[in-house]
Design a protein. Structure first.
Length: 231
C-alpha cells in the first residue's frame, strides 16, 4: 500500500492532466502498447477524474438458484449480499481512491446509484468496471464519474460473487495493481504503473503545456474567448 505522502505526491503531479497527455507521457517512456483500457469502456457522461487505484475482483456465480417463493427469495437475497456477494472494501475507501472493478466482464449491476454514492461519499474520485452498472440515470444526476463496458438492469444475486480486493486485476486488457494511477475522461481510461508515474507525469505535463500554448494563440487569432483549457 502507498504511504500517505506518496499518494499525495502522485495526486499532485497528475492534477489537470488529460488522458491524451498521459498517453503521450507513457509513449515518451517507451510504454506505447500498455496502459490504455479497451475503448469499449466508456463514461456514463462527459466527465473527468483521476486517482489512485483501489482494486476489486468479483467472479461468476456458478451455483443453481433454488426454487423459492418471493418471500423466501427476499430472505435468500439478504444472505447472498452478506455471505456470497458482499462489499467489504467500500468502507475501506480513502480520499483520492479510484475504484477499479474486475467483475469478469459480466453485465450485471454490481454497482448502482446507492453503492456508487456510498463509495463517492467515502472519498472515491471515480469508478471503472469491465462489466455493467445500473441505475445510470441517478448516477448521472449525482454526477459520479463512472466508466463501464455496459449498462445493466440486473442485480447480482445468482450472477456474481465476491473474490478479493487490493489485488492485481485485469480490466480492459490492462493489468492494474493497487496504487497505480488511473486517469479517465471522454477519451477513455488509462492506467500508469506506480513505479513510473512521476516520469510519465513529467512528459505528460510538458505535452499539455505545449498544447495549451499553441491553442491559446489560435483562440486569439480567430477571436475565441479564452477558457480554462488554454489559460
Amino acid at each position: 500500500m502507498l504511504t500517505k505522502e506518496r499518494k499525495k505526491e502522485l495526486l499532485e503531479v497528475f492534477e489537470g492532466l488529460r488522458v491524451a497527455d498521459v498517453r503521450d507521457g507513457m509513449d515518451w517512456n517507451g510504454m506505447h502498447h500498455y496502459g490504455s483500457l479497451d475503448n469499449g469502456i466508456r463514461p456514463l457522461f462527459r466527465t473527468r477524474a483521476f486517482g489512485i487505484a483501489k482494486t476489486l475482483r468479483y467472479l461468476p456465480y456458478q451455483e443453481t438458484v433454488p426454487a423459492m417463493t418471493p418471500d423466501e427469495y427476499t430472505e435468500w437475497v439478504g444472505m447472498y449480499y452478506e455471505k456470497i456477494c458482499p462489499y467489504p472494501w467500500i468502507d475501506m475507501i480513502e480520499p483520492g481512491d479510484f475504484i477499479v472493478i474486475d467483475q469478469s466482464g459480466l453485465s450485471a449491476g454490481l454497482m448502482g446509484s446507492n453503492n456508487s454514492l456510498h463509495a463517492f461519499s467515502n472519498g472515491a474520485r471515480g469508478l471503472v468496471t469491465n462489466g455493467g452498472v445500473r441505475d445510470t440515470d441517478e448516477i448521472i444526476l449525482e454526477q459520479i464519474p463512472f466508466w463501464s463496458r455496459s449498462i445493466a438492469q440486473t442485480m447480482v444475486q445468482g450472477r456474481l460473487k465476491f473474490d478479493a480486493h487490493d489485488i492485481p486485476v485485469s480490466v480492459g486488457g490492462v493489468l492494474v495493481h493497487p496504487g497505480d494511477v488511473v486517469v479517465a475522461d471522454g477519451d477513455g481510461v488509462i492506467v500508469v504503473p506506480e513505479k513510473m508515474a512521476l516520469d510519465v507525469a513529467k512528459y505528460a505535463r510538458r505535452e499539455l503545456t505545449a498544447d495549451k500554448g499553441q491553442r491559446k494563440k489560435l483562440y486569439e487569432k480567430i477571436g475565441m474567448i479564452l477558457d480554462e483549457t488554454v489559460i
